[in-house]
Design a binder for this molecule. Structure first.
Ligand SMILES: [Zn+2]
Ligand SMILES: [Zn+2]
Length: 473
């Protein structure tokens, strides 16, 4: 087979193992399948010739120092190979560590993404969506100038919060504050006092004095200050700042990002509902109502058509009559509301109202210690996208970190980045993260992270012989 286009790998005179002077062209950027009977030389061609040569040349591009850390491969027996990009190979012989493995984790591309997000991504608050950053006296001053501009030059009151601990009275706390020179209370709740630190107008204030006040505020307020802008008729605006990873407006604290936060293989990062798998096993209502041509009376809801659960079918008929839900209309012709009624019900059993198929299954779950119930449940179960992370596999906290990317106004979180085909991932990244650079881009057109690398059965046998990217850590 020869290929006329320029974009191809040209193999000439391959004689590795049992190959007999094979010439062929492999198009790039396409899915190419090599098939043949056992012993016909598929692996010799794919792994021992094409991949080996790509890997060998890739490793040659590193300094002798770096090369000692990389897997080096023998030069294959071949006259020449042209147009070969660096490659990633996953073969069938080594066990995968977990069934969460993807092409991204097996090739270690994910490790680079994790690092990239831990270092460069920016946190967006889950409450207000605004970027969360650590405020410093300088950044607060700059922000005040910007945010107060529409208000003219209002009178400002800088305050800091002080918690009133459970075993202290407010008077005791105030006494302690007085000793430090803070006497004016701006606002109070049973658990917190907001103490006045300073008052000034921005235009009239001395910059260094303002900075000093803000710095003191952050210190005594344990990292938090608020600036109240006053107008003639009261408080015009409150601007809150925090020197922690903390959204001062929503009062939400965030943890420091670590690479593990962006890994679905780590308990730190994995979604707690699906434990990092992105899907959960649940009731598949497509299996509960397998034939949408059937009516409610005619047995549309399959689990209730056996003698054991005839009672549920009778209840359905009884309550449907009460509610005027048609019993002789095919399921597919019922309104959405009627179908929802049948599945979701109206309330729990105890209330003597229609309980719906959903509560029936919830009740079955409580009986799942019985073998025959487990067998019954298994007939109606299938994998569905995790309701918590919607398939992203990560905790919400990890997904709040977004990378600034040209052409993406909101930036991209790590899951969205993984969904990009590698070629687009490379084009979009400003800093060219090493994981997605051209070296590996052509090797695979699939995404780096989300798609399962292999099916479950083959995953356990898959092996990674990744072209290790140089980690620019
Ligand atoms: Zn917020
Ligand atoms: Zn999940």
């Amino acid at each position: 087979m020869t290929h006329s286009g320029q974009d191809c790998i040209r193999v000439r005179g391959a004689r590795q193992n049992n190959l007999r002077g094979l010439d062929l062209d492999l198009p790039l950027g396409e899915l190419v399948v090599v098939t043949g009977v056992s012993g016909s030389g598929k692996s010799s061609l794919v792994f021992d010739t094409v991949y080996a040569e790509g890997q060998r040349r890739y490793v040659e591009t590193f300094s002798p120092y770096a090369r000692q850390f990389l897997d080096r491969m023998d030069k294959p027996r071949v006259d020449r190979v042209e147009g070969i990009p660096p490659a990633i190979a996953i073969d069938q012989t080594n066990p995968v560590r977990t069934s969460r493995s993807t092409v991204g984790t097996m090739t270690e591309l994910n490790d680079h993404l994790k690092l990239l997000f831990a270092r460069v991504a920016r946190l967006h608050c889950r409450g207000c969506g605004r970027p969360v950053r650590r405020d410093t006296p300088e950044s607060i001053l700059a922000s005040l100038g910007e945010r107060l501009a529409p208000l003219g030059d209002p009178r400002l009151v800088v305050t800091f919060p002080v918690a009133v601990p459970k075993n202290f009275s407010e008077q005791e706390v105030l006494g302690l504050l007085e000793q430090q020179g803070y006497t004016r209370v701006h606002a109070r709740t049973p658990t917190q006092l907001e103490m006045v630190l300073d008052r000034f107008r921005l235009a009239g204030a001395d910059r260094s004095r303002t900075l000093e006040a803000l710095e003191t505020g952050l210190r005594v307020g344990r990292g938090r200050v608020a600036v109240h802008a006053l107008s003639a008729d009261g408080e015009a605006a409150v601007l809150r700042y925090s020197s922690d990873l903390h959204c001062a407006d929503c009062d939400i604290h965030y943890r420091e990002p670590t690479p593990s936060l962006f890994s679905f293989n780590s308990p730190l990062g994995a979604c707690e509902t699906c434990r990092g798998f992105g899907r959960v096993i649940g009731v598949d209502y497509g299996l509960v109502v397998p034939d949408t041509g059937k009516t409610l009376r005619g047995g549309a809801i399959r689990p209730w058509q056996t003698e054991s659960y005839r009672e549920c079918q009778d209840d359905l008929v009884k309550y449907a009559k009460k509610r005027g839900v048609p019993l002789d209309t095919p399921w597919r012709e019922l309104t959405d509301e009627q179908r929802r009624w049948a599945i979701d019900g109206e309330g729990p059993f105890e209330k003597k109202v229609w309980y719906g198929a959903k509560r029936f299954f919830q009740w079955l779950e409580t009986k799942s210690y019985k073998m025959h119930i487990r067998v019954l449940l298994s007939k109606y179960r299938s994998y569905t996208a995790c309701p918590q992370c919607d398939g992203a596999r990560l905790k919400e906290e990890a997904l709040l970190w977004r990378l600034e990317v040209p052409g993406e106004p909101r930036g991209l979180n790590v899951h969205e980045t993984m969904l990009l085909p590698i070629e687009r991932c490379r084009r979009r990244s400003t800093r060219r993260p090493t994981c997605c650079s051209a070296r590996s881009a052509r090797a695979s057109t699939s995404s780096c992270g989300s798609a399962s690398a292999t099916s479950r059965s083959t995953a356990s046998r898959a092996r990674c012989r990744a072209a290790r990217c140089s980690a620019s850590t």
